[in-house]
Ligand binder design. Structure first.
Ligand SMILES: [Zn+2]
Length: 307
């Protein structure tokens, strides 16, 4: 009996070693619940809502889960169906699976099996007569030419203090203070201070990704304000002063979420809100680079090392 138990234990141990060896070659990205609902559970994002419905830049669309290259931008075309459409895949990148009812053909990443969408034939959109209808959320776009500058938007209370730290950072080309996230076009400082426009005092940071990184800016952001304060910053109370990050792409969003998790593991309770960046409205001239003009220093944006 003991021998049988021993053999069973050995078999279990060997199968676990085999599993872990397989996983070594499969470095998958962690998926958000929305990504998992499509990639793992074969959901469909709502039409015309995906990030890549209208993109035309040259580059490669890769699998969000395993980062295998799936489609080239040359294969992308306008179908007006509401999802990114391609008339060809990168050779060997996509596996076709006939739906159980035989009516449609599902497409999945050939490397990880992640759900992409469906493929249709005979619609005459292009000479290849094929339409891969792919969920944006199943992919990531990697442009051929990396942009020379990138923008980031941070709100951490009075924008004079937020800008003060970012304008001194190496790799930052320009900073502008302004308003974001409200429902009034081109608001004035007086209107925003009234608290009824919904805007947040925000600093626009234009930086050179070859000299600094979004990650470095996120660290500076968290090291220069009280991100645990809800509904204001220091003595400045009101929604226009809350801790908010407006992201311009998914990589920025993922990095902010990563740092919120890191802060939580350090015992902090970050209150930062995260939104996709809407239009940025620059503030009046006298607010720009305020502390340099006044030769002063911020009253509540004091640097403290965390990371
Ligand atoms: Zn994949």
């Amino acid at each position: 009996m003991k021998n049988i138990q021993f053999i069973l234990l050995m078999l279990i141990a060997m199968s676990q070693i085999a599993c872990s060896q397989n996983k070594k070659n499969m470095k998958y990205n962690t998926l958000t619940p929305q990504e998992a609902s499509v990639i793992l559970y074969k959901g469909t994002e709502r039409p015309f809502t995906g990030e890549y419905v209208n993109t035309k830049e040259a580059g490669t669309y890769i699998c969000r889960q395993c980062e295998a290259a799936l489609y080239r931008s040359e294969s992308k075309f306008e179908s007006e169906c509401g999802w990114p459409s391609f008339d060809d895949e990168i050779k060997g990148a996509v596996t076709r699976i006939r739906d159980a009812d035989g009516s449609r053909t599902e497409i999945v990443c050939a490397n990880c099996g992640g759900h992409l969408g469906h493929v249709f034939r005979g619609e005459q959109f292009t000479a290849k007569n094929t339409r891969h209808c792919v969920n944006s959320i199943s992919m990531k776009f990697i442009p051929d030419v990396q942009p020379k500058t990138e923008k980031a938007y941070f709100a951490s209370g009075c924008f004079w203090g937020t800008e003060y730290h970012f304008m001194k950072k190496i790799g930052v080309i320009e900073t502008t203070v302004g308003y974001m996230g409200g429902h009034v076009d081109n608001p004035t400082y007086r209107e925003v201070c009234g608290g009824n426009t919904g805007h947040v005092e925000t600093t626009e940071v234009t930086f050179d990704p070859s000299k600094t990184s979004y990650e470095d800016l996120v660290k500076l952001y968290y090291e220069t304000h009280n991100f645990e304060q809800v509904g204001g910053q220091g003595p400045d109370i009101g929604k226009q002063y809350q801790s908010v990050v407006f992201y311009t792409n998914l990589q920025q969003k993922e990095l902010i979420e990563k740092y919120i998790q890191i802060l939580k593991t350090k015992g902090f309770k970050p209150a930062t809100l995260i939104f996709e960046a809407p239009k940025f409205w620059p503030a009046e001239d006298y607010h720009q680079e305020y502390y340099d003009k006044k030769n002063g220093t911020p009253y509540c944006h004091i640097y403290r090392k965390i990371f």
